[in-house]
Design a protein around this ligand. Sequence first.
Ligand SMILES: Cc1cc2nc3c(=O)[nH]c(=O)nc-3n(C[C@H](O)[C@H](O)[C@H](O)COP(=O)(O)OP(=O)(O)OC[C@H]3O[C@@H](n4cnc5c(N)ncnc54)[C@H](O)[C@@H]3O)c2cc1C
Length: 416
Amino acid sequence: MKRFDVVVIGAGAAGMMCAGVAGQRGARVLVIDHARRLAEKIRISGGGRCNFTNVHADRPERFLSEDPRFVRSVLRGFAPSRFISLVRRYGIAYHEKHRGQLFCDDSSERIIAMLRDEMTHGGVQLWQDCAPSAVRARTEPDDGGGNGEGRGARYEIDTPGGTVLARHLVIATGGLSIPAIGASDAGFRIARQFGLRVVEPRPGLVPLRFDPQAWAPFAALSGLSLEVDIAVAAEGRRPTFREDLLLTHRGLSGPAILQISSYWRSGQALSIDLAAGQDVTAGLHEAKREGRAFVETVLAQWLPKRLAAGWLGQSAFADLAGERIPQVANRRLDALAQAVRAWSLTPVGSEGFRKAEVTVGGVATDELDPRTMGAHRSPGLVFIGEVVDVTGWLGGYNFQWAWASAVRAAEAMTPG
Ligand SMILES: Cc1cc2nc3c(=O)[nH]c(=O)nc-3n(C[C@H](O)[C@H](O)[C@H](O)COP(=O)(O)OP(=O)(O)OC[C@H]3O[C@@H](n4cnc5c(N)ncnc54)[C@H](O)[C@@H]3O)c2cc1C
């Protein structure tokens, strides 16, 4: 049987990074992936240009997890600047798009090639198109077989190429999103096999669906976009995102919806500030003092003109359409401002894992040691990347989690 210090299941972002670092630090490493093509998610990420990190991705509050302290501890060990240095060393040109998001200038393929080279420098073996059928802990102490080399194997992995032995078994199988390109629940199954708790996985960074009938009056506004503040109405300590919102013929879309989807639970209403924090109350009263403009014309200070008219016509203030602002009582202006600042809509569902960019939930952080990413109750069993209950915001945060958790594990497995 072949023996390795480290066997990694999953050759995606986290798995490749971990293998490369562990290999370069002297470990004998095998990476196994059931897909024919390497790192499909990196390839399609960022619209083909891979938003590989975010300069603000060292902020744990920009991640969802049961335990923000766990996230903080792991992120601290590998700052975005360290990944940026690696990208620079490979001469990969990149640019900042907005809000700290870093993208390749040409193609995601450059990041895949870089990680592949890192694995080659570490002498890593890569078995692609190879689906492991079972993993188990060894019950017998391992003397290393023939010459004693690689002694201390703790796990056995059955593969079409035979059973391999590993001292460290790293699960880097990612989340459930986009099964069409190789996502599977293997990581969660392995965690449960070893008695580890899994926080119920659900789709994140996913388009939300709206009731076609309720949306019908707005369908004509399809194509409009504007910057808004968006939050889940019910959440106490809620994050609010200032992002672009896109109106489509089926509902709302764009980065604002993707961001809030990770926090949204079925049945909850969204609260949307169409004026993105501007003082609509003061603006309406000022317009009243100054002139005879129509209400929708004044609203067009903050909203695209067609939206101002369309939204007013569908709101509880429909009677103000075609009304001049001096005719409107102050109390109604206050209420109108409030409605613009907190447009409430309840999605009927999400597009699910088929369309989600990430999986929220995963292997519970209290089952893992943040210093090693290893399971407390199964020495040598390690979980990294998206399979863990840590999910980042849109904008390079999820790759940064993959890199940081991978490096933390690789360094812990290869001390000295
Ligand atoms: C469309 C899209 C765009 C995205 N864009 C961005 C972006 O620009 N920036 C960003 O930060 N994040 C982005 N993400 C999220 C990001 O891709 C993931 O968070 C990241 O790839 C997770 O890394 P990972 O290594 O944990 O998992 P993955 O990269 O998904 O890798 C998992 C690997 O495990 C393999 N695998 C799964 N099951 C098995 C099995 N049973 N046996 C063997 N192998 C298995 C898979 O084939 C895959 O190669 C995007 C995601 C999607 C879907």
